[in-house]
Design a protein around this ligand. Structure first.
Ligand SMILES: *Cc1c(COP(=O)(O)O)cnc(C)c1O
Length: 476
């Protein structure tokens, strides 16, 4: 690269680029003259369809805890202005919704099956939310020693805990085997051997299930996925379990879906799982009653919006298991339970017009809300005043990344002034929050009509000092 001396007056730059771009050549290259709608389609490719103004104005039909009254948004019947002073953005958890989601899936499958629901805690660690689920008798699914300690501290009994997680360390296995009512998943021959060895020494004979992949590989569980085993291997592991002196064969486990909104695909997974169960019984004469159908179902409000409520998933499972006797079903939903059980109340940093699009820069960032699709976090206004023009906004975050939170959001023109609320912020958000780039919002729980703070600006400073060894207190 030729050095550019300060005396070049731009000559160096010009000779590098051969010619100076003109206004016309720049606009052609960037396609600014494209038809606007085509551009919109090109910009957003993934995620649910954008919410229309009518859907937003009648949001209570989809999410009963949200309504607009007197031009204001109400959360659980309380005007937002009474819950949030707007001085700092806030992630607000709604334990009542998580509970309602738990009951909805429990009762949908309970119509046809003997079923237990084990909430996948890896999607949400907020104590208050999990405590409500524990009081209601919900089970939990854990994937690590860290999560084991979490559910122990919150008082979930071992009898309602399902243990997953790859290659558990010895001390963790030993601790697990001090409980005699656990159900433990194995995901490889080696895991089975380690578990058997430890069980022989503990004197406890745990119930064990084998994780298998009943569906052909797809984008999420590719053929190179480390998770689960194929059918041949599963049969071998089941036989070993059936013969083990130290382990009890409980059944089969499948978790192979991610944000699945298609009941037929869920049904297909269950059908394949049942086929494997039958094949094993035919081959060995051994019965095993437990089928753990995993999680991987889309957020509840999005399923219902798409016209496929959880009842359709239950009906698919019923059809897939018609003729299978004495089956005990387990479910491990994470996103379905927690996804729509938190909202982000976000201030708006600013707006930007670029290439025909109106961008809205929210204060809550992708360091809290991982952008899983182009419309992962639908944005709604906090106020709906008469006479406001509604515009289409591309909602993005303030981090120095191309992250976008919700494309094509319809919002009244005064939304940037009052702030926005983003939906579906409860699963895999706070658990993956990072102290990076921008402030995290306050994190709080709406409980008994009151906002209980979990994490605030001071906690952020404490966490920052603990993580990075820099005390930010008093620095403005
Ligand atoms: C993550 C996970 C779940 C929950 O998945 P969701 O997509 O949140 O429903 C359930 N089971 C296992 C084994 C998991 O790893």
């Amino acid at each position: 690269m030729p050095a550019i001396s300060p005396h070049d007056h731009g000559q160096g730059l010009r000779s590098m680029n051969q010619s100076v771009p003109t206004r016309e050549s720049v606009t052609t290259v960037r396609g600014i003259n494209d038809d606007g709608l085509e551009g919109l389609r090109a910009l957003s490719r993934t995620g649910p369809p954008a919410f229309s103004q009518t859907e937003i104005e009648n949001i209570d039909r989809l999410l009963p805890y949200l309504t607009y009254a007197d031009q204001q948004l109400l959360i659980s019947g309380i005007p937002v202005s009474r819950l949030w002073d707007g001085s700092h953005s806030m992630l607000l958890y709604l334990p009542d919704r998580a509970l309602d989601n738990y009951w909805s899936i429990q009762s949908a499958f309970g119509r046809y099956f003997n079923v237990t629901v084990h909430c996948a805690v890896k999607a949400c660690y907020v104590g208050r939310v999990l405590e409500h689920l524990n009081e209601a008798g919900a089970g939990v699914e854990i994937a690590s020693e860290l999560e084991w300690r979490l559910v122990r501290r919150l008082g979930f009994p071992a009898s309602r805990t399902v243990v997953n997680g790859m290659s558990p360390p010895v001390h963790h296995l030993q601790r697990l085997l001090a409980e005699d009512e656990l159900l433990i998943d194995v995901d490889s021959d080696e895991e089975l051997e380690h578990l058997e060895w430890q069980a022989a020494r503990s004197g406890v004979r745990p119930r064990v299930m084998v994780r298998v992949n009943p569906l052909p590989p797809d984008g999420f569980f590719s053929e190179r996925s480390k998770l689960g085993v194929g059918f041949e291997e599963a049969l071998l592991l089941l036989e070993k379990l059936a013969q083990s002196q130290h382990l009890q064969l409980a059944g089969l486990h499948a978790h192979q879906l991610a944000r699945c909104a298609d009941p037929a695909r869920f049904g297909l997974m269950v059908r394949h799982l049942a086929e494997l169960q039958q094949a094993f019984t035919t081959l060995t004469g051994t019965e095993m009653g437990l089928l753990d159908l995993g999680g991987g179902v889309e957020t509840r409000y999005l399923l219902e919006r798409a016209g496929h409520p959880i009842d359709e998933f239950a009906a698919e499972a019923r059809d897939a298991l018609a003729g299978v006797d004495n089956v005990q079903i387990m479910l491990e939903p994470g996103r379905y339970i927690f996804g729509d059980a938190a909202l982000a109340l976000s201030r708006v940093r600013g707006t930007k017009r670029k290439d025909g699009y109106d961008w809205l820069i929210a204060e809550v960032g992708s360091n809290l809300l991982p952008p899983t699709s182009d419309r992962a976090y639908p944005a709604l206004p906090l106020r709906i005043a008469e006479g406001q023009v509604w515009n289409r906004y591309q909602v993005a975050d303030p981090t120095p990344t191309p992250a976008r939170l919700c494309l094509d959001a319809m919002l009244p023109a005064d939304a940037p002034e009052h702030g926005i609320v983003m939906l579906g912020c409860g699963a895999y958000t706070a658990v993956r929050a990072s102290l990076w780039s921008n402030d995290l919002p306050d994190i709080a729980v709406l409980s008994g009509g009151r906002v209980e703070m979990v994490f605030d600006r001071r906690s952020q400073d404490t966490a920052f000092a603990a993580l990075y060894g820099v005390n930010l207190e008093g620095v403005v």
